[in-house]
Write a protein that binds this ligand. Structure first.
Ligand code: 4NP
Length: 159
């Protein structure tokens, strides 16, 4: 039982998958009327895109589904994030290995694969950066599905 729950989405660059997850999950949380109770952020394990807006392809794909992620800016994971977020949700196994290295050193919240909350049976959100536009559609489909499962899990914590 807790008053507020915090969720951090993590990918490699924080310009494609994790900002998409942040935007989609914000919309899901708002639709459930939980926005006062759930804090949401995203970051990357890498530092190439710090301060950048999400990839234009990610912005366009999200906008098609009514979600505006244009105001988000990339930042890098800070080890202290593992102290301040209740859920640290990574997109693929490489992210998991990278964040687990930080977690073993630092402690805090153990990272887990975001799609563990989904029903698609797919374990990873594939990196769409070097692929075509359909990669961004798949990212959205997988994230929307896992986001619903995450809402259910959070409701359990808030109960
Ligand atoms: P993301 O995608 O991890 O979903 O933000 C990527 C963005 C940039 C790069 C790789 C993946 N990059 O190599 O610059």
């Amino acid at each position: 039982m807790s008053d507020q729950v915090s969720v951090l989405f993590v990918c490699l660059g924080n310009i494609c998958r994790s900002p998409t997850a942040e935007g989609v999950f914000r919309a899901l949380v708002a639709a459930e009327g939980l926005e006062q109770l759930v804090r949401i952020d995203s970051c990357g394990t890498g530092d190439w895109h710090l301060g950048k807006v999400p990839d234009p392809r990610a912005q366009a794909a999200a906008r098609e589904r009514g979600i505006d992620i244009s105001q988000l800016r990339a930042r890098q994971l800070d080890p202290r994030d593992l102290d301040t977020f209740d859920y640290v949700l990574v997109m693929d196994r490489q992210n998991l290995a990278d964040v687990k290295d930080v977690w073993r050193q630092h402690g805090g919240t153990e990272p887990e694969l975001f799609l563990g909350y989904g029903r698609s049976g797919t374990p990873e959100v594939p990196d769409p950066y070097y692929g075509g536009d359909d990669g961004f559609e798949l990212v959205l489909d997988l994230i929307q599905d896992a986001g619903k499962g995450l809402i259910a899990d959070i409701r359990g914590r808030l109960a």
